[in-house]
Design a protein around this ligand. Structure first.
Ligand SMILES: *Cc1c(COP(=O)(O)O)cnc(C)c1O
Ligand code: SF4
Length: 389
């Protein structure tokens, strides 16, 4: 077993009861948490994966209960006790809860929804590698995550928790990258690459680093948010050997920025890893400009530079999370000029079918004729700019 994951079967019967009552106590009374709570191995071992356990922790709505039942064997559900502890149990609309607990709506499909919403499988020259842009490639190394987001765009492939890509498959991807001199940037994603054992991930990084034309490596992860204790000295000491290494961390809501996450991001930033954020625009979770602005500010405070806000992909059963595109444009309007430029990410739609990320922005160029441009600023004041003859 090469991944970090330690749960194979959901706990059953009396064990489940005993287990969940222990977790319930730790969740309710932070002072009762044993040291092991802060150990990622314990967090993974005690992930919440069954209806029985979750029912003991919060009173579920009928839609949630039905959703969890139907998800079993079809869509992955796992929540670290740490991430679960961020749920406000008094609030059925809690943004953490909505991201983590399945609901019946996930089984309402619409005809526009796609199994592979960003056309990744059709742009894959070798298994595990998506090569869409000439100069960079996406390497999908595993299918495990610490917590399974209910809106996951890769839900077609995550959750089985197979071991990470076997070495012969990695070898094929490596050979492809090595043979394509145009590739200067490899983005390692999954699943979640930080769910791999440190030495296994290091094996990939070392091998990739040996490719002369590869200028930089990026890791795409949500582990610093859902299992922040995974970011330990051992991991950070390993990662810092492979600079220039960048990291894109998936954040959804200001509530996710806890002391634990602050510490994890601080360690990564101190190791010289430039941190960016990726946020999916989600209905009822972060679709209000005040919430999104607060998230962007909190990210800058922990040295994470907002990178992308994604329009929610047309993935199967995620219609209840999607907003109109205008909601995202309005959020951008409320950010640009109204706050620090560093707090303003790019709002993109990852084009269905594989066109890549397309930026969608409010319009500031009102008209353009004979070298004269009419612009508006963030306060809707009009300005003219005259181009050289
Ligand atoms: C997002 C993505 C990238 C990286 O895109 P950037 O805009 O450079 O961050 C590369 N390849 C694929 C397939 C992607 O989906
Ligand atoms: S962390 Fe990413 S890959 Fe994993 S479930 Fe969430 S969105 Fe999907």
């Amino acid at each position: 077993m090469d991944g970090l994951s330690v749960t194979a079967e959901p706990p059953s019967g009396s064990t489940a009861r005993k287990l969940s009552s222990g977790i319930a106590e730790y969740i309710e009374y932070p002072d009762s948490r044993p040291d092991s709570w802060y150990d990622w191995r314990w967090q993974l071992k005690n992930r919440i994966t069954s209806l029985e356990v979750i029912r003991d922790l919060i009173p579920l709505t009928r839609r949630e209960e039905e959703g969890i039942k139907r998800a079993q064997g079809r869509l992955a559900m796992a929540i670290t006790p740490y991430f679960f502890s961020l749920i406000d149990r008094q609030d059925q609309k809690c943004p953490i809860r909505k991201q983590a607990v399945p609901r019946l709506e996930e089984f309402t499909l619409s005809s526009c929804e796609l199994v592979d919403p960003c056309g990744e499988d059709s742009h894959s020259p070798v298994p595990g590698l998506v090569h869409r842009y000439p100069d960079r490639a996406l390497l999908i190394v595993n299918d495990s995550c610490a917590m399974y987001c209910r809106y996951c765009t890769r839900r077609r492939m995550v959750g089985a928790e197979h071991p990470p890509m076997p070495s012969d498959r990695f070898e094929d991807a490596y050979k492809y990258i090595k043979s394509k001199k145009t590739i200067r940037d490899v983005l390692i994603s999954g699943g979640d690459p930080l769910m791999m054992k440190t030495e296994h991930l290091e094996g990939y990084l070392r091998k990739l680093r040996s490719i002369p034309h590869l200028e930089m490596i990026r890791l795409g992860t949500r582990v610093p948010v859902t299992l922040p204790m995974r970011v330990d000295e051992e991991l950070v000491t390993m990662l810092r050997k492979y600079h220039p290494l960048y990291m894109s961390i998936h954040f959804s809501h200001p509530k996710e920025i806890t002391p634990e996450v602050t510490k994890a991001c601080g360690m990564l930033a101190d190791a010289g890893i430039p941190l960016g954020s990726q946020t999916v625009l989600l209905r009822g979770i972060n679709d209000r400009p005040t919430v999104m602005k607060k998230l962007m500010h909190e990210l800058l405070k922990i040295r994470v530079r907002p990178y992308y806000i994604y329009q929610c992909d047309m993935a199967m059963g995620t219609g209840h999370f999607r907003t109109p595109v205008s909601v995202g444009i309005n959020i951008m309007e409320e950010l640009r000029g109204h706050t620090t430029g560093y707090a303003v990410p790019t709002f993109v739609i990852d084009a269905p079918g594989g066109g890549g990320k397309i930026p969608v922005t409010p319009t500031y160029l009102i008209s353009q004729a004979k070298g004269r441009m009419t612009l508006r600023n963030y306060e809707n004041k009009i300005y003219n700019y005259v181009e050289p003859d």
